[in-house]
Design a protein around this ligand. Structure first.
Ligand code: ADP
Ligand code: ASP
Ligand code: MG
Length: 423
């Protein structure tokens, strides 16, 4: 008997028919003798619908008071899912009980809309499992010290599931989704993308942090910190395929670096359309200027990603960085109204139509020329690189958003990542 956490995403929970199929699949695992905790997302499109309603009433909800209410609204999507799934499980003849994050409780900090899990009390869940129940826990939501409902950021149900698995020392966390594993890049953009049967934790972390939405980055962080065996697999196989086959399918995140040694230099390609670029032109080039520009941005709780500073001419320089598109208007406002006059720069330019494309692979540590191949490939496609950033296991470029798909496809081919290709 094993203790296993199943997570089902929005598409997997997308209709009552899909929810019934999830219940049948879970029942298969229970009947094989396993203890199962299920963490579902809201039905597909539901979180967007709920946040859309909120937006109609307050287009720019950015005060803590307003963001508290956004979370109160958004968390209801998962509340509905757990109740429906528990009913579907009971209809399968199983004993099942649903809990909201506040009932477990899943404790978080108070950073509304992007809260972090601080503690999970598993007493109640363990008692239910011992009594033979399937426990269904909301993804995405938690509760802060003051008793407010919080949410964990978009895609946060992955994190709820892995965190519950970590807290309960589960034998495995199975992330069921609408693709049958982690691919060399998003198969919606490159149909020739190849499924990886394993991926190292470091590579998965980097792909997630560079925008690959198959797993929320914090879920990967939890998996790494607590060594939770985590597998991404399809919820769209027939529910009654043999359990052993299902248990070995998809993509397993591995923690042993050596296993990957003879694999391709580049494991995968990620892209991120959620960023915007801001350039400050004609900044006086003197010590402390980066702090004067970015200090107020950080104080406003706006995360900055890629940063470049140009060489200076006549004592002046240009300074560019990227922020999340949700923070773009706020950042532009702040720079124009406060920062520009304070530092005496000439002007601020913004471009929200950019994207970041990244190649990721542990093999890049020991291979030279990988970045050069990336730059050559993009130049052959006539794509201008606006910014570059590198680390040991990734190279990212910022380019015009309209070239994103072209860039991803060309790089996927250049690094021999397609099905059947030999790298
Ligand atoms: P869920 O609702 O199950 O959480 P998501 O939509 O959040 O599902 O994540 C699954 C989607 O992630 C896939 O449909 C796919 O389009 C996308 N995706 C992006 N990058 C990858 C990748 N490297 N491998 C597989 N899927 C990816
Ligand atoms: N329902 C939430 C979202 O759409 C959380 C999730 O699906 O993981 O972002
Ligand atoms: Mg998701």
């Amino acid at each position: 008997m094993a203790l296993i956490v199943h997570k089902y995403g929005g598409t997997s929970m997308g209709s009552t028919e899909r929810i019934r199929s999830v219940a049948q699949r879970v029942a298969k695992w229970v009947r094989a003798g396993h203890q199962i905790v299920v963490v579902p997302s809201a039905m597909s499109g539901e979180t967007n619908r709920l946040l859309g309603l909120a937006k109609e009433l307050m287009p720019n909800a950015s005060t803590p008071e307003a963001m508290r209410e956004l979370d109160a609204v958004a968390a209801t999507g998962e509340q509905v899912s757990v109740g429906l799934l528990a009913l579907a499980l009971q209809a399968q003849g199983l004993q099942a009980v649903s809990y909201g994050g506040w009932q477990v409780p899943i404790k978080t900090d108070s950073a509304f809309t992007k809260a972090r899990i601080t503690h999970i009390d598993d007493t109640r869940v363990r008692a239910d499992l011992a009594a033979g129940r399937v426990v269904v826990i909301t993804g995405f939501q938690g509760i802060d010290e003051q008793g407010n409902v919080t949410t964990l950021g978009r895609g946060g149900s992955d994190t709820s599931a892995v965190a519950v698995a970590a807290a309960m020392k589960a034998d495995e966390c199975l992330i069921y989704t609408d693709v049958d594993g982690v691919y060399t890049t998003d198969p919606r953009i490159v149909p020739e993308a190849r499924r990886l049967s394993t991926i190292s934790f470091e590579e998965m972390l980097e792909l997630a942090s560079q925008g690959s939405k198959v797993l929320q980055i914090r879920s990967v962080e939890f998996a790494g910190k607590y060594r939770v065996p985590t597998r991404v697999l399809s919820s769209f196989t027939p529910w009654d395929i043999p359990l052993e086959e299902e248990a070995a399918s998809g993509t397993l995140i591995t923690f042993e670096e050596d296993e990957k040694m003879e694999q391709a230099v580049v494991a995968g390609i990620a892209f991120n359309r959620d960023e915007a670029k801001i350039s400050i032109i004609g900044v006086p080039d003197k010590p402390g200027i980066a702090f004067q520009l970015l200090g107020p941005v950080a104080e406003a709780n706006i995360d900055v990603d890629v940063i470049i500073q140009n060489v200076s001419h006549d004592g002046r320089t240009d300074f560019s960085f990227t922020v999340h598109r949700n923070d773009y208007a706020r950042a532009m406002d702040l720079l124009q109204s406060r920062v520009l006059p304070a530092v005496g720069a000439a002007k601020v330019l913004g471009d929200a139509k950019i994207c970041k494309v990244s190649i990721v692979g542990i093999g890049m540590k020991s291979h030279v020329g990988v970045a050069a191949t990336m730059f050559r490939t993009l130049s052959e496609e006539g794509i201008n690189i606006q910014m570059i950033t590198t680390s040991e296991i990734k190279t990212s470029v910022v380019i015009d958003e309209k070239y994103m798909e072209l860039a991803v496809r060309a790089l996927h081919k250049a690094f021999g990542l397609e099905q059947g290709a030999t790298a």
